[in-house]
Design a protein around this ligand. Structure first.
Ligand SMILES: [Zn+2]
Length: 98
């Protein structure tokens, strides 16, 4: 009987840590270019050289975490589906292009 309780506690801890990570650091290094924004190639003399720009991150070198992406989708859907509160009203007035 103690194993399911322990397993659920471990899963809850991991989930809370990931939520905190997504809140604190929403962006991470691109997995394809490892944050460089371009491919690193080795020339014939063995020297590292800048290659083509990364197509996945468009040369930025960062990606948004999956949890933060889902949170942004949920928050935008929620804001569009609810009446504007003073906080969201000032947010849309200060950024009219959104
Ligand atoms: Zn990249």
């Amino acid at each position: 009987m103690p194993f399911p309780a322990l397993a659920s506690a471990i899963l809850a801890t991991i989930t809370l840590c990931y939520v905190g990570l997504c809140a604190g650091q929403p962006f991470a290094a691109c997995r394809k270019c490892r944050g460089f924004g371009f491919k690193v190639t080795i020339n014939r003399r063995g020297k590292a050289k800048r290659g083509k720009g990364c197509r996945r991150c468009h040369g930025h070198g960062i990606r948004i975490r999956r949890g933060r992406h889902l949170w942004n989708l949920w928050r935008r859907t929620h804001e569009r589906g609810t009446r504007p509160t003073p906080a969201t009203r000032t947010r849309t007035e200060s950024r009219p292009w959104l």
